[in-house]
Design a protein. Structure first.
Length: 215
């Protein structure tokens, strides 16, 4: 009986050891999974921040165009956005925020003549590629393989920013134009005009893609 009891005790000890090893391996696997998920979430967060910044920078071209016109007593109701300058600004701010600009376009709700709504798409400059069977890629590796990272494992994001044009009317001094008032406020300078223009993230693009003659 002592031999049987001793053997049973030994077997239970081995079973407990195997259970402990199994639980340890499971915890390690869960931890590594959380690392991967955390990396993916970080890439998406970075990409969204970069998309927001790029969209605001590009839309700033339209905002400044509106401000320049109304500070010069001109009504701002056509050709507000410069595609070349907008793309350059978006690329710069995407890069500054760790992303690459994929696409950009402007739109509006006035037959495509304003370009006061800008949409950008970016992807993170960092990647989370598939793990390699030979373990040549670590769990925490988020560097992109050149020249073309695996798009399925890259943080992607889009953002749309709208420049809301104030309602502007001429102010007259006698029979001559004395200036402009926008939303009931007299425009004093370019900097003042900028403050009268609302620039904000929105959910949808305009109905018409911006495509005025000359661009």
């Amino acid at each position: 009986m002592r031999r049987v009891t001793g053997k049973a005790h030994c077997d239970r000890g081995q079973a407990n050891l195997f259970l402990l090893i199994g639980l340890t391996l499971s915890l390690v696997a869960i931890m590594l999974l959380f690392v991967r998920v955390g990396n993916a979430n970080e890439l998406r967060t970075e990409a969204q921040a970069a998309a927001d910044a790029a969209a605001f920078a590009a839309a700033g071209i339209a905002r400044d165009s509106v401000a320049e016109r109304i500070s010069n007593n001109e009504l701002p109701y056509s050709r507000l956005y410069d595609p070349g300058r907008g793309r350059s600004a978006a690329e710069h701010y995407a890069d500054q925020n760790g992303a690459v600009l994929d696409s950009i376009r402007a739109s509006d709700d006035s037959q495509g003549n304003l370009g006061n709504i800008v949409r950008v798409e970016v992807h993170s400059a960092r990647c989370q590629e598939e793990l390699k069977g030979d373990r040549s890629r670590a769990w925490t590796d988020i560097q992109c393989d050149e020249p073309d990272p695996d798009s399925n494992h890259t943080g992607n994001a889009a953002a749309i920013v709208k420049v809301t044009i104030p309602d502007c009317q001429y102010e007259f001094g006698g029979i001559e134009i004395a200036g402009l008032s926008c939303d009931g406020i007299s425009v004093e300078s370019f900097a003042h005009a900028q403050q009268l223009i609302d620039v904000a993230l929105v959910e949808e693009e305009g109905q018409y893609i911006y495509n005025p003659p000359g661009f």
